[in-house]
Design a protein around this ligand. Structure first.
Ligand SMILES: [Zn+2]
Length: 178
């Protein structure tokens, strides 16, 4: 039986690829990008494997952006950044290169040569109205957010061994047993 080819981000989560982890909890991890746009460029990832944003459960999206905000603050405080870009490439045409949802947190300083700019497109009134109508048709139901744990998770391949935290949790639970 052949093992399915594992996603590179899942390999980082499973510690099969060494990485510089800046933050980790049960659902989210923040890792230094070794080929980042600027020193301190981090990517914030769900530990479970979701290829694109649409597949990430609402509760995890909240957590991912909360962590991204904290990482951004840490970048301001510790690296003397003057700004940050919180950036998602969602889908291949948008520049996504790995099929595991990722939030980039990029430290910025003036004239640092990082280019995230685009040429503005001038739409006619008719084009704007058409786009507005199409979007509004789809956005009618926004606001009905899912409750946590409703959506089945796509679990990333896990290591057989327990993490230190899990190990500690279980040993604490064991000690409570009579
Ligand atoms: Zn993955």
């Amino acid at each position: 039986m052949t093992k399915p080819t594992q996603c590179i981000v899942c390999s980082i989560v499973a510690n099969q690829i060494p990485s510089k982890k800046i933050y980790e909890d049960d659902a989210v991890m923040a890792v230094l990008d070794v080929n980042g746009a600027n020193p301190g460029h981090c990517f914030v990832i769900p530990k479970a494997h979701y290829p694109i944003l649409e597949q990430v459960p609402d509760a995890e999206i909240g957590k991912l952006f909360q962590v991204s905000n904290r990482i951004s603050t840490a970048i301001f405080e510790s690296l003397g950044a003057h700004g940050t870009n919180i950036f998602v490439a969602n889908g291949i045409p948008a520049g996504q290169t790995v099929a595991h949802f990722t939030i980039n947190v990029i430290p910025r300083k003036e004239n640092d040569g990082v280019n995230l700019q685009w040429q503005p497109k001038q739409l006619t009134e008719e084009e704007l109205s058409t786009v507005e109508l199409k979007l509004k048709e789809q956005t009618k139901n926004i606001g009905a957010f899912e409750r946590e744990e409703k959506k089945p998770r796509v679990q990333a391949p896990r290591q057989a061994v327990l993490s230190d935290e899990e190990e500690e949790y279980f040993s604490r639970q064991m000690r409570r047993l009579p």
